[in-house]
Design a protein around this ligand. Structure first.
Ligand code: DLL
Length: 433
C-alpha cells in the first residue's frame, strides 16, 4: 500500500528531473528571500542560475546548526510572517531554540509526507491511531496527527506521559496503531506486563517509532512485547519534523522521501562525500519547503545509504538506522539535549561550581537523566534544606529550558573538578539499546 504511488514508486530518471526542477526553484526563492543565503552565494561568486545538474549541489554552501542559532528566531525564513501559519521549535546547540515555520502549503505537504510514513508502516483509514508524542513545540505530535487525519484514520491525540491512561486508552478505545518513541513503546510493554495486561487480547497491530536512536534488539523486544510490527521513522524539525524518512513493513531501512528532500552522506571532517554505502554525516536539502527551506543542512546524524531495491516497490533510497551523532547532542525521551544548554543553565545559578556531569540510564525501559553538579562551598553541602531547595531550583530551570526533566544531585566539592578542569566525562550514557 502506498499513499502517493506516483511519487513513491517513480523511476530514477523521472525522480531526478523532479528533484532538479524543485532544487532550482528553491534556489531561486532563497537567493531572493533569505539574506543569509544570498550573502553566501555572493561571497562564493555563485549564480544560482548556473545550477543545471543535481551534481552541482556540491558547489552550494552547507548550513550548520550554528548558522541557525545566529539567525534566531526568524532570520532563515523565506516568506513574510503573514504567510506563516505554524511555528515549532527544537533545541539549539546552546540556550536558544531553533524556531521553524510553515506556510499553508508546507503544512499540507507535511501531512502528506507523514501520511506516506504511516501508510508505509501499515496504517490505513481503518486504524485507530494513538499518538503518544508530545503535542506542542515538538514536531512529533502535530506532525503525525495531521498525517493520520489525512489518511482518514481515527486519531487519538493522547500526547505523551500518563502511562496508566495510555494503557487504558489502548484497551478501551481499541487502538490498532501506536505512534511514539521506541523507548516509550518499550516502557509501555513493560508496564503492561507488570499490570498483567494480556497483550494477545489487545487490538494493537502496528507501531511506528522514531525521534531517538534504537536498535534491532529493541525492535524485537517491542514486537514481542506489544505484538505489533515495529517500524522506524526519522525526521528533524529543521527539515520538517517526522515524515522525512520511514520504513515500510519490510523493515529494512528508512525510505527517504526523495522527491522532497535531497540527501548526501559526507565525511564530517572533510565534508567530501563518502564512498557509496559508507557511514557519514547525513546532509539534507529541502526541495519544496516554502517558509523554512534548508540548503545542505548538516544534520549531525550518522548513517549510510543501504544498497539494493526494496521488495515493497518504493523506489526511494533507504537510509540505515541513525547510528550516532557527530556532536555531543543526545536524546532523552525523544527530546534533543546539548550539554552546552545544561552548562548555560547551570551558569545562571549561584552556589554551584561550573563542572557537571550528565548520567543517562534506562531502567525497565524508561530513560532517566541525572545531572551531577558540585556544591560551591563545603558548608553549603551540609545544609540539607538549602541543598534540597537548590536541587529543586536547578531541576525547574533545566526542565523549563530543555523541555525534559533531569534528576539533580549535588556532589561534594572537587569530586568532578580538580581545580584545572573537569575530571569526568560530561555525558555518561549507560543506556543499552
Ligand atoms: O525528533 C522529529 C521526529 C518526531 C521524528 C517523531 C520522528 C518521530 P527533533 O526534535 O528536531 O525532531 O529531533 C531530531 O532526533 O536529528 C536525530 O538525531 C533524532 N532522531 C529523530 N528520529 C530518529 C530515529 C524529531 N528514527 C533529531 N532514529 C534527529 C534515531 C532519530 N534518531
Amino acid at each position: 500500500m502506498y499513499f502517493d504511488a506516483e511519487y513513491e514508486c517513480m523511476s530514477r530518471q523521472a525522480l531526478e528531473q523532479v528533484q532538479l526542477e524543485r532544487l532550482q526553484s528553491t534556489l531561486y526563492r532563497i537567493s531572493r528571500n533569505v539574506p543569509f543565503y544570498r550573502k553566501k552565494f555572493e561571497a562564493m561568486g555563485l549564480d544560482t542560475g548556473d545550477v543545471r545538474d543535481l551534481a552541482d549541489l556540491r558547489r552550494l554552501p552547507f548550513t550548520t546548526k550554528d548558522d541557525l542559532r545566529l539567525n534566531y528566531p526568524y532570520g532563515m525564513f523565506a516568506v513574510p510572517m503573514r504567510e506563516v501559519v505554524r511555528l515549532h521549535a527544537s533545541s539549539g546547540t546552546t540556550g536558544k531554540a531553533v524556531v521553524v515555520g510553515y506556510t499553508k502549503n508546507d503544512v499540507r505537504r507535511w501531512a502528506r509526507l507523514a501520511a506516506r510514513v504511516l501508510t508505509a508502516g501499515g496504517v490505513t483509514k481503518d486504524d485507530v491511531v494513538q499518538i503518544a508524542f508530545g503535542y506542542g513545540l515538538f514536531t512529533g505530535g502535530f506532525g503525525f496527527h495531521y498525517g493520520a487525519e489525512l489518511l482518514g484514520a481515527s486519531v487519538v491525540p493522547s500526547s505523551h506521559g500518563n502511562t496508566q491512561r495510555q494503557i487504558q486508552i489502548i484497551q478501551d478505545y481499541k487502538t490498532t496503531a501506536l505512534v511514539c518513541t521506541p523507548g516509550y513503546a518499550q516502557y509501555l510493554a513493560k508496564r503492561m506486563g507488570d499490570a498483567g495486561v494480556n497483550v494477545n487480547a489487545l487490538t494493537l497491530r502496528h507501531g511506528l517509532f522514531g525521534g531517538e536512536t534504537w536498535s534491532e534488539a529493541m525492535r524485537t523486544a517491542i514486537q514481542d512485547g506489544l505484538k505489533v510490527t515495529a517500524t522506524d521513522n526519522y525526521g528533524l524539525s529543521e527539515i520538517m519534523g517526522p515524515g522525512v524518512a520511514g520504513e515500510c513493513l519490510e523493515r529494512n531501512g528508512l525510505h527517504l522521501n526523495e522527491d522532497h528532500f535531497l540527501a548526501e552522506i559526507v565525511d564530517p571532517q572533510t565534508l567530501e562525500p563518502v564512498a557509496e554505502g559508507e557511514v557519514g554525516e547525513l546532509v539534507l536539502t529541502t526541495l519544496t519547503k516554502e517558509a523554512f527551506p534548508m540548503l545542505r543542512l548538516r544534520t549531525g546524524d550518522l548513517t549510510r545509504f543501504l544498497p539494493g531495491d526494496c521488495p515493497c516497490g518504493r523506489t526511494h533510497r533507504r537510509l540505515d538506522r541513525i547510528q550516532g551523532r557527530t556532536d555531543d547532542m543526545f536524546t532523552l525521551k525523544g527530546v534533543n539535549v546539548y550539554p552546552r544548554q545544561v552548562e548555560n543553565v547551570l551558569a545562571t545559578i549561584e552556589g554551584i561550581d561550573p563542572c557537571f556531569q550528565i548520567v543517562l540510564e534506562r531502567e525497565d525501559g524508561l530513560d532517566r537523566g541525572t545531572v551531577l553538579v558540585e556544591a560551591g562551598t563545603d558548608e553549603f553541602f551540609d545544609e540539607i534544606k538549602k541543598h534540597q531547595m537548590l536541587c529543586a531550583e536547578i531541576h525547574r530551570r533545566l526542565e523549563s529550558v530543555l523541555g525534559v526533566g533531569f534528576a539533580v544531585r549535588i556532589v561534594e566539592r572537587a569530586s568532578l573538578f580538580d581545580g584545572q578542569a573537569c575530571k569526568t566525562r560530561r555525558v555518561v550514557d549507560k543506556r543499552t539499546i
